[in-house]
Design a protein. Structure first.
Lengths: 186, 81
């Protein structure tokens, strides 16, 4: 299918989207926990991958390539969001607590949007909430390993991490999940 | 009993057991070690829960939105679309 896409066969592009849209969207959705945002990031992932299809190296699994880009998109977003959250404390160039306070956005001006019913239904179960509490790096690893079924070696390549680190992350993530779930059931 | 059988299962071996891929020799350890068996059972329960997580579908227009932004390469190397 990828070879046909590389040769410019339009139905092959459609088929690749069809095959991977659910797993890619699901990974991103579980990472960012926002349906609309996950859809944008998944779209961005497919556009990036399909527009670069000619540079795809067949010795690398296509699924590993697309999940790598999807995961990067989600992690980049989470990092940006963390920076935005930190900036609520005020300007990083402020030289005194007064300046910092004066430059901080007024949170009282913002109204919190109501919890989206669909997201709540989809991501509201105990296991989904436990996954959401994991660090993003652990979350990626556990989803790629135990939901998508990639090998440890594939995950190490996708995330550009040493194999030992991937094993450690997955082991710790499983321990944390068990603790959260046991706590939730008590 | 050899020394290997007395060693507790590693996290990777527990995962192999939970997915039915652990060697018979190492699986035997579970018949003798209640501690490892308890860990393995908890692990299997978690892995089953993870494996049963559903895949979510994006909106019905997702593929069209993607394809509208993709440049289909032509055999000569230029792009259409």
């Amino acid at each position: 299918m990828v070879r046909w896409a590389r040769e410019g066969f339009e139905p092959a592009f459609r088929e690749l989207v069809h095959r991977y849209e659910r797993p890619v969207f699901s990974l991103i959705y579980r990472m960012v926990r926002d349906r609309a945002l996950a859809e944008d990031l998944a779209q961005e992932t497919f556009v990036k991958v399909l527009n670069a299809i000619r540079s795809y190296k067949p010795e690398y699994k296509f699924s590993s390539w697309i999940f790598k880009i999807a995961n990067n998109a989600a992690i980049d977003h989470l990092r940006r969001r963390q920076i935005d959250t930190l900036s609520l404390d005020g300007s990083p160039t402020a030289r005194s607590p007064e300046e910092m306070h004066a430059s901080a956005p007024q949170l009282g001006d913002q109204t919190e949007s109501p919890l989206d019913e669909v997201e709540s239904r989809e991501l509201g179960g105990a296991i989904e909430r436990a996954i959401a509490r994991l660090r993003p790096e652990y979350r990626s690893c556990i989803l790629l390993r135990h939901v998508e079924g990639h090998s440890y070696e594939e995950i190490a390549k996708m995330l550009a991490l040493p194999l030992g680190t991937v094993k450690t992350y997955i082991h710790r993530a499983r321990n944390e999940l068990r603790v959260y779930l046991e706590g939730a059931r008590e | 009993m050899n020394e290997r059988l007395q060693t507790h299962l590693t996290p990777e071996e527990v995962e192999l057991w939970a997915t039915g891929l652990l060697s018979a020799a190492r699986t035997f350890h579970l018949t003798e070690c209640a501690e490892c068996l308890a860990v393995a059972e908890r692990e299997r329960k978690l892995l089953v829960e993870l494996a049963q997580l559903k895949r979510f579908a994006p909106s019905a227009e997702f593929a069209e939105h993607v394809l509208a932004q993709v440049r289909i390469p032509t055999p000569s190397g230029s792009h259409n679309g």
